[in-house]
Design a protein around this ligand. Structure first.
Ligand SMILES: NC(=O)c1ccc[n+]([C@@H]2O[C@H](COP(=O)([O-])OP(=O)(O)OC[C@H]3O[C@@H](n4cnc5c(N)ncnc54)[C@H](OP(=O)(O)O)[C@@H]3O)[C@@H](O)[C@H]2O)c1
Length: 302
C-alpha cells in the first residue's frame, strides 16, 4: 500500500517506518525541513514537503496515498492550546480528504484520558472540541465513521520508551531527578502509568493498519500499570541518587509541567488489542530500559 505518514521522523514514527517497509508498504512522509527530509530519505521514506500548518499539503498527500498514519504533533507544552488546535485542524483536514474513500486513517491518540480507572478499548474518550486535550480529535474522527471515515485511533501509553530518546515523558522525570538530586514520586507513589516500548508500538501500528475496522481504538500498551514509585526507584538507582516522596501540592514546583501528569493514576489495558491483532510485546519493559541506562547514560538497548 502507498502509506503517507506524518511524524515519520519522530520518536514513534521512526519505529513505525521500518515495520511498514518490512510489510511491503511504500512510505511517503511529511517533512517540514530539509533536515527532516534527509532523515526520512535515510530511513527509506520518500519525503513530501509540508507542515501541519499547511492543510493543502496534507490534503493532497492524503489524496495521493492509499492510507494515512498521522503521528506528527507540535508538542508545545508551554502552549498546549496551540498544539490541541493544530491537532484538531490536521485531523479535520484528513477526515475531509479521506471520508468515503475507504482508505484507513490511523492517528495518534492517548490512553490516559480517565485518571483513576483502568482504561479499556471500549471506553469513550471524553475529550471533545478543539480546545480540549488533543483537540478532541479522537471523538471527532470516530463521529465521522458513520460518514465513511475509516478512522483508527492509536491510544499510546503515556510512556513510549526505548533507548536514546529525548522524547516522551520519562526524560522529563529524569531531568527533574537530576535537578533536585532525588528521584521523586508524588504522595505514596501508588499512581500507575502504562508503558510500551516504541518498537512494540511500531509493530502494532502496522498490524492495525492492515486489519482494524473503522472506529477501532487500538491500545499500544505493553505494561498496564507500573507504580510511579517503582519508576522513580529505578531512576534513582540508575542515577545513583535517593528516591523521595513529593507532596502533591509541591509537584509542579518540584517536577515542572510534567508534575501535572506524574501525579496521575493512568493505567490502561490492552487485552482486547492483543487478542484482536495477535500482538505480543517482546521488547524490554520500561524498568528494564531504565536499569539498562536508556535514560541516563544512553546505553544502546534499542
Ligand atoms: N512518545 C510518547 O510517549 C507518546 C505517548 C502518547 C501519545 N503520543 C503521541 O504519539 C504521536 C507521536 O509522538 P512522538 O513521541 O513520536 O513525537 P515526537 O518524537 O515529538 O515527533 C513529532 C513528529 O512530528 C513532527 N512535527 C512536529 N511539528 C510539526 C509541524 N508543525 N509540521 C509537521 N511535522 C511536525 C516532527 O517532525 P520533525 O522531525 O521535523 O521535528 C516529528 O516527526 C504524537 O501525536 C504524540 O502526542 C506519544
Amino acid at each position: 500500500m502507498k502509506v503517507f505518514v506524518t511524524g515519520a521522523s519522530g520518536w514513534i514514527g521512526s519505529a513505525v517506518v521500518p515495520e511498514l517497509l518490512a510489510a511491503g508498504h511504500e512510505v511517503t512522509g511529511l517533512a517540514r525541513s530539509a533536515d527532516s527530509a534527509e532523515r526520512l530519505r535515510a530511513a527509506g521514506v520518500t519525503p513530501r514537503e509540508g507542515s501541519l500548518d499547511d492543510p493543502g499539503a496534507l490534503s493532497a498527500a492524503a489524496h495521493d496515498a492509499e492510507a494515512v498514519i498521522h503521528l506528527a504533533n507540535k508538542h508545545d507544552w508551554s502552549n498546549m492550546a496551540e498544539s490541541n488546535r493544530a491537532e484538531r485542524a490536521a485531523v479535520e483536514t484528513f477526515a475531509a480528504a479521506l471520508e468515503g474513500t475507504g482508505k484507513p486513517f490511523v492517528f495518534a491518540s492517548g490512553a490516559a484520558f480517565q485518571p483513576g480507572t483502568m482504561v479499556v478499548e471500549t471506553d469513550v474518550n471524553p475529550a471533545s472540541g478543539p480546545e480540549s486535550p488533543r483537540g478532541g480529535a479522537e471523538r471527532f474522527a470516530f463521529d465521522r465513521v458513520e460518514h465513511g471515515l475509516h478512522a483508527i485511533a492509536l491510544r499510546f501509553a503515556p510512556t513510549v520508551h526505548g533507548a536514546g530518546g529525548e522524547h516522551g515523558f520519562i526524560p522529563q522525570i529524569v531531568a527533574a531527578a537530576r535537578r533536585n538530586g532525588v528521584a521523586g514520586y508524588v504522595g505514596d507513589g501508588s499512581s500507575r502509568w502504562s508503558a510500551v516500548h516504541r518498537r512494540d508500538a511500531g509493530a502494532l501500528v502496522t498490524k492495525a493498519l492492515a486489519s482494524a475496522p473503522a472506529g477501532t481504538a487500538v491500545h499500544a500498551v505493553a505494561e498496564e500499570g507500573i507504580a510511579t514509585r517503582e519508576i522513580a526507584e529505578a531512576i534513582g538507582v540508575a542515577l545513583g541518587i535517593p528516591t523521595q516522596s513529593v507532596a502533591a501540592d509541591d509537584a509542579l514546583e518540584h517536577f515542572g509541567w510534567i508534575g501535572m501528569f506524574w501525579r496521575l493514576d493512568i493505567p490502561a489495558s490492552s487485552a482486547v488489542t492483543r487478542e484482536r491483532f495477535d500482538w505480543t510485546p517482546t521488547n524490554p519493559t520500561l524498568l528494564e530500559d531504565i536499569a539498562a541506562g536508556a535514560y541516563t547514560d544512553g546505553s544502546p538497548t534499542d
